[in-house]
Design a binder for this molecule. Structure first.
Ligand code: NAD
Length: 343
């Protein structure tokens, strides 16, 4: 079977994961890497033995050996490479969130609908084993009708202050809140109808990073489901894992409780500190990229090859961005906001 030729756009932290997988899976081949910073494109291309590197996505997209691209540019910079890939007829695995404003969403939807390319948005939590087990139970009716959901998904302060140079141009809602909303839609199979949110901007602003610390939001979903979500990126760096994840799903006949980070599957105690090393997200196992954050990329290659429906598609990404925009509007106006998907 022929290999699918891949290009990666955005040679940063997550572009590395894309390049690693495309260059090591049996049915994909890493043809080229593109980053607007040439040195980054060159280093990543050389690391994973890509044939070429580029600084201009449009130039790379003319490459006939490339059939699909992984786009891992910063949250606010997805539109330009996405639209260019649609116009070039390349299939797309786009990092979350799909887009961070209404105008980009509109442009991207038009480009996608005209193109005929296949698009997956990388909401990799849909491959997280505990969530998949819960989803299966929910679909089988094991816990009855969903009454409410509580989902707290937070990051350490390292992320906006040291890891992401572009934190101010994104927010914790885009960076993790988009996963939160997608996961609740995935688990319940229901859409968000109305939101109410409150946010605070204290800690990061004082550190010179001009972006809110936290959003606490209530989501009213179809069938009367109430969801409470918390997203902050100011938890102390001493936290035993870079994420703080707690999830509760209350059904009419049963309930799920999940502690996906501070669970006791593995605890490491060192002279000066203790932590909970990653076992689920992206551990390297016998030299290979493992964990659910890598599994989603692998699944994209697989479904592209077999023509199976993607687990998470353009419409999911579009709807999640619409919900996040409504949450932001609510936090700004301190009023409940109806989510509109058609504007
Ligand atoms: N860092 C993570 O843990 C993580 C995890 C999952 C998903 N993501 C998502 O992946 C995306 C990338 O995040 P990251 O952490 O890798 O960011 P990053 O800042 O490490 O890398 C982004 C790269 O994109 C390049 N770039 C920017 N605009 C470009 C353009 N127009 N054309 C070509 N290259 C361009 C930058 O030079 C940079 O090298 C984001 O949407 C993010 O939400 C990140």
């Amino acid at each position: 079977m022929e290999k699918i030729g891949f290009g990666v756009i955005g040679a940063g932290i997550w572009g590395n994961s894309h390049a690693w997988i495309y260059s090591t899976e049996p049915f994909s081949e890493l043809i080229a890497v593109c980053d607007k910073v040439e040195e980054k494109a060159k280093i990543l291309a050389e690391k994973y033995h890509a044939r070429r590197w580029y600084t201009d996505p449009e130039k790379m997209l003319k490459d006939p050996e490339i059939q699909a691209v992984g786009i891992a540019t910063p949250d606010f910079a997805h539109r330009e490479p996405f639209v260019a890939a649609c116009q070039a007829g390349k299939h797309i695995l786009l990092e979350k969130p799909l887009a961070t404003n209404h105008e980009d969403l509109k442009f991207m939807k038009t480009a996608y609908e005209k193109s005929g390319v296949r698009v997956m948005v990388d909401f990799h939590a849909r491959w997280n084993p505990p969530l998949v087990v819960a989803k299966k139970n929910i679909d089988q009716g094991t816990i009855g009708e969903i009454i409410s959901m509580y989902y707290r998904l937070n990051d350490t302060i390292y992320v906006p202050t040291q890891m992401l140079s572009w934190a101010e141009e994104s927010s914790i809602l885009w960076f993790l809140g988009s996963h939160t909303v997608d996961t609740l839609r995935f688990l319940s199979g229901k859409e968000v109808k109305r939101v109410y949110s409150v946010s605070r901007a204290e800690v990061l602003v004082k550190l010179g990073v001009n972006v809110p610390d936290i959003y606490q939001s209530v989501l009213e979903m179809e069938d009367g489901i109430i969801a409470s979500i918390e997203n902050n990126w100011i938890i102390p760096n001493s936290h035993p894992n870079w994420n703080d994840i707690k999830l509760n799903i209350l059904g009419s006949k049963g309930m799920f409780n999940m502690d996906l980070t501070n669970n006791q599957a593995i605890e490491r105690y060192l002279p000066e500190k203790s932590d909970h090393p990653d076992i689920l997200v992206m551990p390297t196992i016998h030299g290979k990229p493992s964990g659910f954050a890598h599994e989603s990329i692998r699944d994209f290659i697989h479904r592209l090859r077999t023509s199976e429906k993607f687990v998470v598609d353009f419409e999911d990404g579009y709807r999640v961005s619409k919900v996040i925009l409504a949450i932001m509007e609510s936090a700004k106006t301190r009023m409940p906001v109806e989510v509109t998907y058609n504007s």
